[in-house]
Design a protein around this ligand. Structure first.
Ligand code: HEC
Length: 132
């Protein structure tokens, strides 16, 4: 019980220290790590598209193709790539290790919090903001 309380307090303190998803930081990460394939505006038209055998998808349509709900869990797991159950064997690099320097908790579409790396939470926040 005590451990749980400390964990909850630590989480609350972490969130208070601005470890909330930051869409502006997400945009920065996207330009640096993702735009080569997905395009600066996430429309799936990055310059590396020509040499990919699998098209990098248009990420502005994630909600539209998911019944109007932004698929937070799917997005987080795709970027992180560390969940072996969800290894997709595609062409996209996995960023879980690179981004693992700091954690954030964000609400999944079910309302349950999921813990991921701060940059991944930032990226998800930015991607959610560009849904059409
Ligand atoms: C080397 C090219 C490449 C880079 C770099 C890349 N992606 Fe991808 N991405 C892909 C491809 C190709 C797919 C299609 C699925 C697959 O092959 O894995 C994909 C799929 C996705 C999906 C899943 C879409 C869906 O329908 O579920 C998301 C989300 C995504 N990428 C986000 C990102 C983010 C965020 C970054 C940067 C941190 C990134 N990608 C970097 C090529 C790339």
């Amino acid at each position: 019980m005590r451990a749980l309380w400390i964990a909850a307090a630590t989480l609350a303190a972490g969130v208070a220290q601005a470890e909330v998803p930051d869409a502006n930081a997400g945009e920065w990460y996207f330009a640096r790590y993702c735009a080569a394939c997905h395009g600066m505006e996430a429309r799936g038209d990055g310059p590396m598209q020509e040499i990919l055998t699998v098209q990098a998808p248009d990420l502005t349509q994630l909600s539209a193709s998911n019944g109007g709900v932004f698929p937070v869990i799917r997005v987080v797991r795709q970027i992180d790539g560390r969940d072996p159950m969800l290894a997709h064997g595609g062409e996209m690099p996995l960023f879980g290790e690179l981004f693992s320097f700091s954690d954030a908790a964000i609400p999944a579409e079910t309302g349950q919090p999921i813990v991921t790396a701060q940059p991944i939470a930032d990226l998800a926040a930015w991607l959610e903001s560009v849904q059409e």
